[in-house]
Ligand binder design. Structure first.
Ligand SMILES: *[C@@H]1O[C@H](CO)[C@@H](O)[C@H](O)[C@H]1NC(C)=O
Length: 209
């Protein structure tokens, strides 16, 4: 008996089998990065180790210029945490992001809900600094912490391939747990966080009740 299966039939059967068994038949996700709260793009087939579609919305304030950026793409589920991240270096230098992941083809298509930072000062403060092209920075001033930022954070990473940045300031508990590789879109670029460390922030001197 000669195996009469045509190649197409065989391919179809294999795909079906993979789908049924959940054997890593690749996921597809929408991919885009854009200024603004909404971005749409083409669908892309994810790499084998990327099991999630990610959507990230960030709000950054760079010297008083506020940018909202949206990013969508394929991701590893380990890159999906934390959902909310907030770091303040100065009242006019902060970033906050909202990250969501899902696990079905094209599931990151729908826009994220608009996200608002809580800008109320909470009475805590941290040493702060920001620098580009270096791995560390030396605090030159103190910044008041806002909203749920109860930690003093030190962050370093890549502003774009090959360009480092370092920052210190207030951060949320979640910012302390951001894993190496966490992506934070800023403007039309992607920041990659490589390292974070944290300690509780002290009360602002003279402001404690
Ligand atoms: C904003 O942050 C302040 C200070 O931490 C807190 O008291 C307040 O409840 C927060 N507001 C919202 C809407 O979360």
């Amino acid at each position: 008996m000669k195996p009469s299966t045509k190649p197409e039939t065989f391919l179809l059967a294999s795909m079906l089998l993979c789908t049924l068994l959940g054997l890593g038949y690749p996921l597809s996700c929408e991919v885009c990065i854009r200024n603004g709260a909404i971005c749409t793009g083409v669908m892309k087939t994810c790499a084998q180790d990327e099991d999630s579609c990610i959507s990230v919305m960030t709000e950054t304030n760079n010297k008083g210029s506020v940018d909202v950026t949206s990013y969508k793409g394929c991701a590893k589920s380990s890159e999906c945490d934390p959902a909310f991240l907030s770091i303040t270096v100065a009242p006019e230098n902060y970033m906050g992001s909202d990250t969501r992941c899902c696990q079905n083809d094209g599931c990151n298509h729908k826009p994220l809900a608009a996200f608002r930072r809580n800008l109320t000062e909470n009475g805590l403060q941290c040493p702060s600094c920001f620098s580009v092209s270096t791995e560390t920075c030396t605090p030159t001033q103190e910044v008041p912490c806002i909203g749920e930022e109860t930690r003093c954070v030190t962050v370093s990473g890549l502003a774009q391939p090959g360009i480092r940045f370092a920052a210190q300031g207030c951060g949320t508990e979640a910012a302390c747990h951001s894993k190496p590789g966490t992506l934070v879109p800023s403007g039309s670029r992607l920041l990659t966080i490589k390292k974070t460390s944290c300690r509780p922030s002290p009360q602002a001197s003279g402001k404690a009740e």
